[in-house]
Design a protein around this ligand. Structure first.
Ligand code: NAD
Ligand code: GLY
Length: 346
């Protein structure tokens, strides 16, 4: 079994991401080595729970003498809520997890964000491990420590920065992912390419599976943005390419358009507004990777969701503007100017 390790050097919060086919069966040993917990609560969703992934992880943990309970919530973005978060905390107390124990997120970004937020707040913070089972979670949400839930007013409005102690990615879990979910992960990979690495973009723009080495490359690129800006006040904000409009699309669709697809659309719109020279290439890359390129909402509808999300009218907004494939910059402009640009160019 081969294993690639990407180290995330965040001082006292440093951790590794291990990537390797079949790694779920070794997850117990890797967790025991890094954390030595007595008990763990494994959080997963109702889709992931149906597959062998969950039982492999549990067996592997129990083989190390770690007591393991499983908490399963209904799959989907609607579960990324204060309600589910509260249920996870109740499951922690029900299983008498204490400060030396750990939470484990086995699933996609929804599972990781929810579990991480519970870990950040339970007993003022306990350890957690990310075991991403979607490509999106592997290349993006499992690394960097952003955790949280959605509120009625918008995405990720309650949350915390809380780094995992370990990330274990077994790409074999992606074999059960519906193709549309795999495509959502490719959208985040294309985002990293547009932001930082034309070579990565070129390797992915024709479609096809994302290799283990390309997963590691994505994590390295994300690491580059997070190191030195863990709290997202400077260069890390570049990772939000496509998110300003992407979140508005997700919200306006009532979360029927998934995160990755919405980010793809958001990126395409930002290209149209700030860098039309890359628009055709980006659209072709999205199409080849089975991602949508047509947005059903008007600029006005998106802008109104955005204002609601930001809870403000007027003021400035910082957006990520592509300059070419592989290079983007942060640009701050008045909300009204951004609205005008959207209405003129979309
Ligand atoms: P998700 O967790 O909802 O997973 C997508 C779907 O795939 C779900 O239906 C899930 O049940 C299913 N699934 C997961 N693994 C599976 C598998 N191996 N086989 C079959 N089905 C499987 O969503 P996602 O796309 O992974 O993540 C999106 C979420 O991540 C959003 O809430 C977004 O805001 C968040 N996010 C967070 C960050 C961060 O930095 N924290 C970054 C990007 C996205
Ligand atoms: N997904 C954006 C970030 O982690 O900052």
């Amino acid at each position: 079994m081969t294993m690639t390790t990407v180290h995330i050097p965040l001082g006292p919060r440093a951790y590794d991401m291990h990537i390797g086919a079949g790694l779920l069966e070794k997850s117990g040993a890797l967790i025991a080595e890094t954390l030595r917990p007595t008990r763990v609560l494994l959080v997963t969703d109702s889709n992931v729970a149906k597959y062998q992934h969950c039982s492999s992880a549990v067996q592997s943990l129990e083989a190390q003498g770690i007591a393991c309970n499983t908490f399963t919530f209904p799959a989907g973005e609607a579960s990324k809520s204060l309600y589910t978060y509260g249920k996870i905390l109740d499951a922690c107390t029900g299983f008498t997890l204490n400060s030396g124990d750990a939470l484990i997120a086995l699933g996609g970004g929804v599972t990781g964000d929810l579990t991480g937020f519970a870990a950040a707040t339970y007993r003022r913070g306990i350890a957690f491990v990310q075991m991403p089972t979607t490509l999106l979670a592997a290349v993006d949400s499992s690394v960097g420590g952003k955790t949280g839930v959605n509120l009625n007013a918008g995405k990720n409005l309650a949350g915390a920065f809380w780094q995992p102690r370990l990330v274990i990615t077994d790409p074999e879990t992606f074999e059960t992912l519906p193709p549309a979910e795999y495509a959502n992960g490719v959208a985040e990979c294309l985002k990293h390419g547009v932001l930082f690495d034309e070579g990565l973009f070129a390797a992915l723009e024709g479609g096809g599976p994302v290799s283990e080495a390309q997963i590691a490359r994505n994590v390295e690129l994300k690491r580059g943005a997070v190191i030195g800006d863990e709290r997202d006040t400077g260069k890390r904000r570049k990772l939000n390419l496509g998110h300003t409009l992407g979140h508005a699309i997700e919200q306006t669709s009532g979360y029927t358009i998934p995160h990755g697809a919405a980010i793809g659309l958001g990126m395409l719109m930002m290209a149209r507004v700030f860098c039309p020279a890359i628009e055709d290439r980006l659209r072709a890359a999205l199409e080849k990777n089975h991602l949508p390129t047509q947005c059903e909402f008007t600029a006005r509808e998106l802008f109104s969701a955005l204002e609601q999300d930001k809870k403000r009218a007027g003021g400035d907004i910082t957006v990520v503007a592509p300059l070419k494939i592989g290079r983007c910059e942060l640009r701050t402009l008045p909300m009204e100017a951004f609205q005008r640009l959207l209405e003129e160019r979309l």
